[in-house]
Write a protein that binds this ligand. Structure first.
Ligand code: PLP
Ligand code: LYS
Length: 421
């Protein structure tokens, strides 16, 4: 069941007409569905072993209301900065369900994690390990560590979101892994707890997961033989979602969960999963208004009030997002093709090229689908465009969970130096 659907001729989020929200708060805005978030979280966690930790990847969607919705279902968090850690804690996710990933954790971020007794640091290098040992020592605690290993597996996804190859900055290079664990075992303030891997995002095939997980499980056996107590395996995130209606859907969480269970079954380790996109992407849409329809030399441009600063995925990764009108098409609807663009002064500010859509006019509304992950979190105020509002719907209720950025937030923090008076 889809929670963004046409009812009474209008696109709804659950039981709320998107046009009603637009009438009240204007466009553009992100709209998230509680029911979809809950369904995705449940489907995913039910596909995993009972005691697995499902740590939602906060980078996909860090809105506190979204995090709180997931926290109330038992979700943990995967964070990559002090800011994300603070968001997760502020949303009520306890430290014991938080894992900290990322190649460049600062000592201040490590201290914040240690003070909040987070579950695990996914350490990506020996230099980072030494820094963590020092910070933990100063605080008089032991840091729970899993090394994120780089299995040198091709994730077969977009190059810009592939993280499991030896040429990327991610993870401890495979040939250094045993030395890294040996070093960790000698450090007083480090407790080795597990192994971590994350090979990339938007994977649409299970084979690369299978290759990476298999390598990791072999590694766990070797590390245990070397005397390391490996009780957890963090398999990262990365399962893809359907962005296009005309493509075969990616494997479902049940198949992915079964694969993880099969490969890890003899390890006795607790699994940690870090899904982001799978939980949030199809739980959100970006609603935009048409500013103008502009006739070009040989095409028509649909100029929206949302732009690449609001949703950068098409410009950044040539990503495809379905775009639908908020008013339901009928049998009488006239159709045409548009290049759907934003007002930002960049040629790459284009959401879709030559896209079939009903004939639209100024003030009509469209929804850009599958925008709940890596949408708002990757947005910027480029061209001094205020960050879009964010709305959460639950049944027939809706609430602004982040108001549109106001002028004060947009430039009120700039300071004029003394010489400019
Ligand atoms: C370490 C780590 N974990 C989890 C994720 C979440 O990935 P996805 O949103 O593809 O599930 C990412 C992003 O790719 C990541 O870098
Ligand atoms: N931000 C990316 C995915 C990268 C995930 C971060 N490791 C996207 O929108 O697809």
């Amino acid at each position: 069941m889809n929670h963004f659907d046409y009812k009474n001729g209008e696109l709804h989020a659950e039981d709320v007409a998107l046009s009603a929200i637009a009438a009240e708060i204007g466009t553009p805005f992100y709209c998230y569905s509680t029911a979809t978030l809950e369904r995705h979280y449940r489907v995913f966690s039910e596909a995993m072993q009972k005691d697995a930790l499902v740590a939602f990847s906060v980078k996909a969607n860090g809105n506190l209301a979204v995090l709180k919705t997931l926290a109330s279902l038992g979700a943990g968090a995967d964070v990559v900065s002090g800011g994300e850690l603070k968001r997760a804690l502020a949303a009520g996710i306890p430290g014991e369900k938080i894992v900290f990933s990322g190649v460049g954790k600062t000592k201040a971020e490590m201290a914040l994690g240690l003070k909040n007794r987070i579950y695990q640091f996914n350490v990506e290098s020996e230099v980072e390990l030494l820094a963590l040992d020092e910070v933990a020592g100063a605080l008089g605690v032991k840091a729970p560590v899993a090394f994120r290993v780089n299995p040198d597996v091709d994730a077969k996804t977009h190059a810009k979101i592939s993280t499991g190859g030896a040429e990327t900055k991610f993870g401890v290079p495979w040939s250094h892994v045993h030395t890294a664990y040996a070093t960790a075992a000698k450090l007083k303030n480090i407790e080795i707890v597990g192994v971590d891997v994350h090979i990339g995002s938007q994977l649409t095939d299970l084979a690369p997961f299978e290759a990476a997980f298999t390598r990791v499980v072999e590694l766990v056996g070797d590390l245990r033989r070397e005397g390391h107590a490996i009780s957890r395996i963090d398999l990262g995130g990365g399962l893809g979602v359907p962005y296009r209606n005309d493509n075969l859907p990616p494997p479902d969480p049940a198949a992915y969960g079964a694969l993880a269970a099969r490969i890890t079954k003899n390890t006795g380790a607790r699994l940690i999963m870090e899904p982001g996109r799978l939980i949030a992407a199809n739980a959100g849409v970006l609603v935009a208004g048409v500013i103008y329809v502009k006739q070009g030399e040989n095409k028509k441009f649909l100029i929206l009030d949302a732009a690449m600063n609001d949703l950068i995925r098409p410009a950044f990764y040539d990503a495809y997002h379905e775009i639908v009108p908020v008013a339901a098409p009928t049998a009488d609807t006239q159709w045409t093709h548009y290049d759907v663009v934003g007002p930002v002064c960049e040629t790459s500010d284009i959401f879709a090229a030559d896209r079939p859509l009903p004939v639209l006019k100024s003030d009509d509304k469209v929804a850009i689908l599958t925008a709940g992950a890596y949408g708002a979190t990757m947005s910027s105020a480029y061209n001094a465009r205020p960050l879009a509002a964010e709305v959460l719907v639950k049944g027939g209720e809706w609430a602004v969970v982040r108001p549109r950025m106001d002028d004060d937030a947009l430039f009120g923090n700039d300071r004029i130096p003394p010489w400019l008076g």
